[in-house]
Design a binder for this molecule. Sequence first.
Ligand code: ATP
Length: 240
Amino acid sequence: MEISSGRASVDPQGAYALVVEGLCVNLGGQPVLSSVNLTLPAATTVAVTGPSGAGKSTLLNALGGLQPAARGRVVVAGRDLNRLSDDERAELRLREVGFVLQSSGLVPELSLQENIALPLELAGMRRRGVRDRVAEVVAQLGLTTCARRRPSEVSGGQAQRAAVARAVAARPSVVLADEPTGALDSTNREIVLDLLLEQVERCGSLLVLVTHDPQVAARCARQVRIVDGRVAAGVGAAGG
Ligand SMILES: Nc1ncnc2c1ncn2[C@@H]1O[C@H](COP(=O)(O)OP(=O)(O)OP(=O)(O)O)[C@@H](O)[C@H]1O
């Protein structure tokens, strides 16, 4: 039963949004992450910083179940990713994990509101629930006037706000953001970061945000510094 439910012995009640134990990831036959341990509760914000090539994006991908672990485990909302089938992992991602990347990654053929609705529909939410939740996040993210336009018909800031809306629409346990403001001008950078932080607080989500920008990192409650694929000792308050 433990195996089929994917419940993990490290966090059987799902008390933490995210638990990482002895995580090792190899890419191209080379170790990229080594023995990473993190224990992160819900409703907090964590900046992941470190030099280029240190393994920050790889860590984020592993946390979201996009990059398999060579050793160790990642537990999201009490569920051990190693113990889930591909389908179960995909479903967990839909319900419990939101991604925001540097580029919006919106589906070009769909309007902003259709993009935001998509993960909710795929997660099996009823039509009325989808409509109400999309209307709510569209309003909260200031997208009302452009919600029916396609990504190519809106500004970069608006597209990135829609990407934030899509990531938080299902009120996931964990929001994973990889340089979410990296492609924006300074005005939009602040607007999008403010909205992202406001949304994760509303949803009670854990935000893990990769950034090179010290000002962005400083807006997060905790910091984890990755150097050479390891959590740098004594720097990250969230390191375990
Ligand atoms: N597909 C791959 N095959 C082999 N090595 C890879 C692959 N993808 C990334 N790497 C290597 O893994 C290491 C970590 O990459 P990663 O993208 O996680 O670093 P990062 O800290 O996010 O860097 P940056 O800040 O520049 O985005 C780097 O040395 C990179 O060259």
